[in-house]
Ligand binder design. Structure first.
Ligand code: FES
Length: 465
């Protein structure tokens, strides 16, 4: 039986659940969930969280060959429920007569953690797990059996199921009241919940958030809405209602966040760390972490005080008609470029002794690998749905159509490869956006001219997109 190392055991002690993504040599993906149940021997871990109502802390489940770990309880099963696909990372763990079960959050079917069997007759795929001591370094490591339908499986993502990083501290320039935010820069007070027509559905919250120009308030409203939704106080999605609000074509932004408000020559000579942080905050999903760091290291240059650009938004617009093209350009070009440049940026901060920013950047970099992995995963999935479209050729075609200029190196070959992007995807590749459209327009013009002089119609095949 092929085994795959997941991680040293000590790296799995910070959380009780981890999402695992595997990829085979053949390009297949598998999403799994690892449950680690607490035992008295886990250092630093006392109790299970209340949602994991595991009553069994018995000694009879030994998954380890390591001398100090004969009471570890680690299970791996597929991450989506075999009934209708619920996310099993939110399953409850319960003890029943036959053993420990994961109870699906949607329809409460339960699945044995070891065998995957359910009383309903359905069966979830489970994978054997072992903890073994590595004789080379004496460290306990966790291994799992690999799926059968593929070879040479590798781990492409191991992500704690946690809010730890998704909920960074608020930016220091914002003072929070219970339901209001004071923006120190402007002195304006804006409530998180608008006093007039407060949103009542998830859809209404989403549109309000998109229409909120201030980034701090946008984040606060997002957190507030998530909290309402998670605690059941917001039970209606509201997308089917005839009065559902329409999302704006372009989300609102304060003017300072949408165009250069600073003459470039003013910052040209300041290629310093603040400029780098500002540029990163411009493009990263973790912008709130970055703006916090920017405020900490350079209070005089808050986000918005230096040039910003909208290249991601431009690409989002160009690719708005096709998911395949969106995945190719945003995830596999823009975000893959992040993989190339992040390590050097991290080194610059390290050399400058700013270890806090190094920590933030390392979180962002690890996260970026997973973004590119997701892009690659869904891109290959779409190609398969389209009937054996070859992903490398399809990607190169999308880039030629939706990107302008060379795909530039130097490339971070290792991290790109971790995310599934082998060099065949991106080497010697150039976007021809604009040229292709022009050529098509020319073709169209000549067809019109030809039909105008009554010659047999010319059949021009346009690309589907
Ligand atoms: S989706 Fe899991 S029980 Fe229905």
């Amino acid at each position: 039986m092929e085994q795959l190392q997941i991680a040293p055991l000590h790296e799995l002690l910070s959380h009780f659940r981890y999402m695992i993504t595997l990829r085979s040599q053949e390009g297949k993906y598998h999403s799994l969930i690892l449950f680690r149940l607490s035992t008295a021997q886990d250092p630093g871990i006392k109790d299970l969280p209340t949602s994991e109502s595991c009553g069994s802390q018995t000694d009879d489940i030994s998954l380890s060959t390591g001398p100090s770990s004969n009471q570890r309880q680690i299970y791996v099963m597929e991450s989506s429920c075999p009934h209708l696909g619920a996310d099993m990372s939110h399953a409850d763990i319960e003890e029943c007569e036959t053993g420990l079960v994961a109870v699906c959050p949607w329809h409460r079917y339960d699945f044995d953690l070891k065998t995957g069997k359910s009383e309903t007759g359905l069966k979830a795929c489970t994978y054997d797990v072992e903890v073994k001591v590595d004789l080379k370094d004496g460290v306990e490591k966790v291994y799992m059996q690999t799926p059968e339908e593929g070879t040479n499986w590798r781990l492409v993502e191991l992500r704690p199921v946690s809010e730890e990083f998704a909920d960074p501290p608020p930016p220091p320039k914002t003072i929070q009241h219970s339901e209001a935010t004071v923006h120190v820069e402007t002195g304006e007070i804006e409530p998180v919940v608008p006093p007039v027509n407060p949103p009542k559905t998830l859809m209404q919250w989403a549109v309000l958030i998109l229409n909120t120009p201030n980034p701090s308030l946008k984040v606060e409203r997002t957190r507030y809405a998530v909290d309402l939704f998670r605690t059941g106080k917001l039970s209606s999605i509201g997308h089917k209602s005839a009065s559902a609000p329409r999302p704006p074509d372009v989300p609102s932004r304060d003017v300072s966040y949408t165009k250069n408000t600073v003459a470039p020559q003013k910052v040209k000579s300041r290629k310093n760390l603040a400029v780098m942080l500002h540029a990163l905050a411009n493009i990263e999903q973790w912008a709130s972490l970055l703006t916090s760091r920017l405020a900490a290291i350079s209070p005089s240059t808050p986000y918005g005080s230096m040039p910003v650009h909208a290249s991601l938004w431009e690409s989002a617009t160009v690719t708005s008609q096709s998911l395949r093209s969106r995945l190719a350009i945003i995830h596999l070009v823009h975000e893959a470029r992040g993989l190339d440049v992040n390590p050097a940026t991290i080194e610059r901060f390290r050399k400058a002794g700013d270890l806090e920013t190094v920590k933030v950047m390392e979180i962002i970099h690890a996260d970026e690998v997973t973004h590119v992995t997701s892009g690659h995963r869904w891109f290959t999935w779409i190609c398969a749905q389209e009937g054996a479209t070859e992903p490398v050729a399809a990607f190169r075609d999308e880039v030629r159509r939706g990107w302008r200029g060379d795909i530039k190196g130097p490339f971070n070959v290792d991290d790109r490869e971790k995310a599934g992007l082998t060099p065949q995807f991106y080497e010697d590749l150039k976007g021809e956006m604009g040229f292709i459209e022009k050529a098509e327009q020319e073709l169209f013009k000549s067809s019109v001219e030809l039909s105008a002089i009554d010659i047999a119609p010319v059949n021009i095949e346009y690309d589907k997109e």
